[in-house]
Ligand binder design. Structure first.
Ligand code: C2O
Ligand code: CU
Length: 456
């Protein structure tokens, strides 16, 4: 070990060492992306080889505190490049994990240290941003919880990760990552829905107890419609950001990448059940079932709002507007010509190249951003979906609000826009850098639905 004196002398003669010394402060978390084998399907099926962070699906749940520095090392144990994107974090651009845009891809055997301050409390998740359809679908996703300084009082907290897998009959991850049908339709929908990588989570709750539930959808295509029974439930945060007023609900839509924090009071009586079910086309599936026991705890008053994160003031009336039009996909198709890789090309060429969708007439990442905003500027984006499919539109680095007929919607980082809808969002461009704005249905993202916003 160098003495302090030697270190200072060394630093003085080699100034470039100083930042390196700071960067090498110990990391608090090591996340190794690598092949793993788990019992994903029910017990009478074979094990499933997949890709995982630290050997589990979902990956290790990171429990952190607002205001702390987060230091995590990504180790790439895959045989292809990867990165980690910290979905929903308002972090410095260089930590955003988008290969070729905010960092070099992390090559097999290499590692990369992510360091940023945890500015916001809330429920976040992390996933690769390289070859996303395959890497996320094979299991690379985990939850990141940033606790408030004064969390609400509850009897228990549960993290519930909803996912959807496409498995073969012998429970192997179906290798159909290049399916043109998936790309041009609703994405890679699976045949096995899970919560915390199990077909069902079961447990016990005392009647009258209050729970905090953190719901995350890590699927690349499936939109979950969740129904709550035997409880009284309030949404207290969406996409990490607290609602001004908790909203009571019995059902909620969770699109790919979205999160919802709920406060839930168990109203079922001892001997009954409380549950969360997923309403699917072919039926309603119990995902979480709690056997309810006594003695009954006395009911509480409705929960109050979570302490707010430090959000900008949004005044959309003064904003610059930059429309975004979504086109393409099955049923509607592409126009005769469109731009791809910087050139006008015949639709046939795009389709041959696996490109099925356009943002403002362009497939894939354009050379110039959708918007170049000056720091602090407010931007509105009316998103018009001319396709026959819903899209989960995600902006990196900054949260936005929807402009409603009256007032503004909650702060979000991912908005589900249905077919033939126009939904307008507004945000304050207060985070400098190049930020992706894309559909989070990964098959769509990789077949055209990508763009970016520059803040300078
Ligand atoms: Cu959750 Cu661009 O990603
Ligand atoms: Cu989409």
């Amino acid at each position: 070990m160098p003495t302090r004196r030697a270190f200072i002398a060394g630093a003085a003669s080699l100034p470039a060492l100083a930042p390196a010394a700071r960067a090498s402060e110990p990391v608090s978390h090591v996340l190794r992306a690598a092949p793993a084998t788990v019992q994903l399907a029910p017990a009478d099926f074979p094990l499933t080889p997949l890709w995982a962070f630290n050997g589990t699906v979902p990956g290790e749940t990171l429990r952190l505190r607002q205001g702390d520095m987060f230091r995590a090392r990504l180790e790439n144990g895959l045989d292809q490049p990867t990165t980690i994107h910290w979905h929903g974090q308002r972090l410095p651009n260089a930590m955003d994990g988008v290969p070729y845009m905010t960092q070099a891809a992390v090559m097999p055997g290499d590692s990369f240290d992510y360091t940023f301050r945890l500015r916001d409390a809330g429920t976040f998740w992390y996933h690769p941003h390289a070859n996303s359809l395959e890497q996320i679908s094979r299991g690379l996703a985990g939850v990141m919880i940033v606790a408030e300084a004064a969390p609400p009082e509850v009897d228990a907290e549960e993290v519930l990760v909803f996912d959807d897998w496409r498995l073969t009959e012998d429970a192997q991850i179906h290798p159909s990552f290049n399916s043109r049908h998936d790309k041009s339709h609703g994405g890679r929908l699976g045949n096995y829905i899970t919560v915390n990588a199990r077909p069902e989570v079961t447990g016990q709750q005392v009647s009258g107890s209050r729970l905090r539930l953190r719901l995350v959808n890590t699927a690349t295509a499936r939109i979950f419609r969740l129904r709550l029974d035997g409880v009284r439930a309030w949404i207290v945060a969406l996409d990490a950001m607290p609602l001004d007023v908790p909203e009571e609900t019995r059902e909620l839509i969770l699109a790919p990448a979205q999160r919802a924090d709920l406060i839930v009071d168990v109203t079922a009586q001892p001997g009954e059940e409380a549950m969360i079910a997923s309403v699917e086309r072919d039926g309603t599936y119990a995902m979480v079932t709690w056997a309810v026991t006594g003695p009954v705890r006395t009911a509480r008053t409705a929960p109050s709002a979570l302490p707010p994160n430090d959000m900008p003031r949004l005044a959309p009336d003064d904003a610059r507007s930059q429309p975004l039009v979504l086109e393409g996909g099955a049923m509607r198709g592409l126009p005769e010509e469109a731009v791809w890789k910087g050139e006008r090309q015949a639709a046939r060429k795009l389709i041959e190249g696996g490109q099925f969708w356009l943002f403002n007439g362009v497939a894939g990442m354009p050379d110039t951003p959708l918007v170049e905003a000056s720091l602090g500027e407010t931007i509105r984006i009316p998103i018009t979906n001319r396709t026959a499919f819903p899209h989960a539109m995600h902006l990196h680095g900054m949260h936005f609000r929807e402009i409603l007929p009256v007032g503004l919607g909650p702060w979000r980082d991912t908005l589900l826009v249905g077919p033939d809808e126009t939904r307008e969002i507004a945000f304050v461009a207060d985070n400098p850098g190049n930020w992706m704005f894309h559909c989070h249905m990964a098959a769509h993202q990789m077949s055209g639905m990508m763009n970016w916003i520059r803040v300078i």
